[in-house]
Design a protein around this ligand. Structure first.
Ligand code: F6P
Length: 365
């Protein structure tokens, strides 16, 4: 029996279940292959007793359209930094359990792992591959910031949700002559903001890759009110920065959570605009995790299914140490070293930014 372990790591995103389903359905066409899911990423293997589940066709029936992940996920811990609590004083620390985990996988007779995750999961996979584990990665994130792939699945769904939010804000903004700031996710990449701003016809788009000057934003807002009545829609990426360059967010106090928690630039921007003398009503909407929940749109179901089938086929052929990637029109295998290169960010002179500028959109630069 060839047994593959499948896991989902990092923040969830629409399409995870579609990948799991594709792996299971493709594997079922081969003799003697079994798919096992580890609950909450690698943590399932490290639990006592292990939390793993056999994934057969009956388990994946109907999950194509479901958001989230049927095997759970986590963006804390992992085999190299597993959180443990000191029973005496309640304090937390992390320990390296990677060698123990490899022994556990051997004991479970796991031939290889398909790790569905973002950049953090990719780094863990690479480190485990360096220790001899057979691993394939599938790129997931709504942020679309992974190197080597045109798109990650989940991204287009997030863009759709953000665009629908812009559409809704336009009607209320127009009714009240207001300035609306919509803050969207994306970490250090402006892909969600830029695409939603273009699709929704926003007036201003602020992304991490293009620092903004608030005076330029004020000037754009005033042109929108030139005829007396008016309104203005601003889409701001959570990682956007003004020309002073400081990101808005907080250090997490959750055990094992290492990322800086971005969020709140929308409120900061409102204060900056008021301080610059903007006198129109300003309202802020923070879209947050609504961008990650719910049903994947058709595009992401297709991409996730392509990735799942391709990932199984790489494992079947023993082509370990690769991430599946979409390079239009193909799905290809990219070695971990290459996939881990610099993140995929919006280039300020890219076609998409020039398109937005051609539409009169202001970036504040
Ligand atoms: O990476 C995906 C993402 O949704 C980012 O856009 C966002 O900054 C972050 O995860 C939020 O993480 P969490 O779910 O831990 O709050």
């Amino acid at each position: 029996m060839n047994r593959l372990l499948v896991l989902t790591g990092g923040g969830d995103c629409p399409g995870l279940n579609a990948v799991i389903r594709a792996i299971v359905k493709r594997a079922s066409q081969e003799k003697d292959w079994e798919i096992v899911g580890s609950i909450e990423s690698f943590n399932g293997v490290l639990k006592d007793p292990a939390e793993v589940v056999i994934l057969d066709e009956s388990k994946v029936a109907g999950i194509l359209v479901q958001g989230g992940t049927i095997i759970g996920t986590t963006n804390k811990g992992g085999p190299f930094a597993y959180p443990v609590q000191n029973p005496n004083d309640g304090t937390w620390t992390t320990i390296d359990r990677s060698d123990e985990m490899l022994r556990r996988l051997q004991y479970m007779d796991i031939k290889g792992v398909i790790n569905i995750g973002g950049d953090g999961s990719l780094r863990i996979s690479k480190a485990l591959a360096d220790k001899g584990l057979n691993v394939i990665n599938v790129p997931k994130t709504i942020d679309n910031d992974l190197s080597s792939t045109d798109y990650t699945f989940g991204f287009q769904t997030a863009v759709q949700i953000a665009t629908e939010a812009v559409d809704k804000l336009v009607t209320t903004a127009a009714s009240h002559n207001r300035v609306f700031i919509l803050e969207v996710m994306g970490r250090d990449a402006g892909w969600i903001a830029l695409n939603a701003a273009i699709a929704g016809g926003a007036d201003i788009c602020l992304i991490p890759e293009i620092p903004y000057e608030v005076e330029n934003l004020k000037a754009k807002i005033e042109t929108r009110y030139r005829k007396g009545r008016g309104f203005c829609i601003i889409v701001v990426a959570e990682g956007a920065v003004n020309s002073k360059g400081k990101k808005v967010g907080a250090v997490s106090n959750e055990v094992g959570y290492e990322n800086f928690m971005l969020g709140g630039i929308g409120w900061t921007l409102k204060q900056e605009l008021i301080a610059a003398g903007v006198r129109h009503d300003i309202r802020v909407t923070l879209l947050g995790h609504l961008q990650r929940g719910g049903t994947p749109i058709a595009y992401d179901r297709v991409l996730a299914s392509e990735f799942g089938v391709a990932a199984f086929e790489l494992a079947y052929k023993g082509l370990w140490g690769n991430m599946v990637a979409y390079r239009h029109p193909d799905v290809v295998a990219v070695p971990f070293e290459e996939a881990l290169k610099e993140p995929h960010l919006v280039s300020p002179d890219s076609r998409l930014v020039l398109t937005a500028k051609g539409l009169g959109m202001e970036f504040g630069d």
